[in-house]
Design a protein around this ligand. Sequence first.
Ligand SMILES: Nc1ncnc2c1ncn2[C@@H]1O[C@H](COP(=O)(O)OP(=O)(O)OP(=O)(O)O)[C@@H](O)[C@H]1O
Ligand SMILES: [Mg+2]
Length: 245
Amino acid sequence: MKLEFHGLSKQFDQGRVILQPMDFCDEVHTLAIIGPSGGGKSTLLRIIGGLLPPSSGTLSINGEELPKEEEGLQRYRKKLGFVFQQGGLFRHLSARENIVLPLTKVHGYSETEAGKRADELLERFGLGADGHKKPAALSGGQQQRVAIARAIAAKPGILLLDEPTSALDPEYTTEVLDIVNELKEEGLDFIIVTHEMGFARHACEKAAFLCEGKLMEYGSGSEIFDAPKSEQLKNFLGRLLEWNM
Ligand SMILES: Nc1ncnc2c1ncn2[C@@H]1O[C@H](COP(=O)(O)OP(=O)(O)OP(=O)(O)O)[C@@H](O)[C@H]1O
Ligand SMILES: [Mg+2]
């Protein structure tokens, strides 16, 4: 994807600046957004996804400008897939219905086409026998696999993931990250907000370090993780390493 933004900022009503005006322009297939809590990662991802309007600036993905009006925004969002930290699934629907519903309601699939696509994805993600279960009857890892299946069902150009594994036990984290990595191998571009530094470093082409509302550093895994420049990134990485084995 070609991601470009200029003077992009966010300020909420109370006047606090959440994102300082930032510029970015690169052609990148897989991007990790890392940084301390409250730094503005989710806010930036939601702006990129057309879920939250920026206070200023311009943004485009693959040359397509982020629209301002609702109709344009709906069209823009349809080309993206979203996976959130948790609770993104409709609780009253089965896993299969969670995948089918957006396909029929948003993307214009027929019931039959949508059902076929849902079954194909459930099978693929090892959930062939679980399609009838509601989210509460699935493990956290299974729920996130359903969420990913739902997000990619309509074959979006880009997948946006906001801490998809942060609510999971370590063994489930791996299975979810494996799926994201597999999708990458198939050519799906993604932007992921993550605290899984191994994944950010090894599975993503580039990483952006967001801290205190600023895009402080950006580069390849080795630039960000082996040669951090700012004190903030050095501290952030240092703290992460503190309890590592
Ligand atoms: N709707 C809102 N209104 C006012 N302030 C908000 C709103 N949403 C987020 N914020 C504030 O913006 C700042 C950045 O939040 P954001 O969720 O983007 O951080 P984050 O980097 O994703 O953090 P975390 O790692 O904890 O998820 C926080 O201080 C948060 O309190
Ligand atoms: Mg967040």
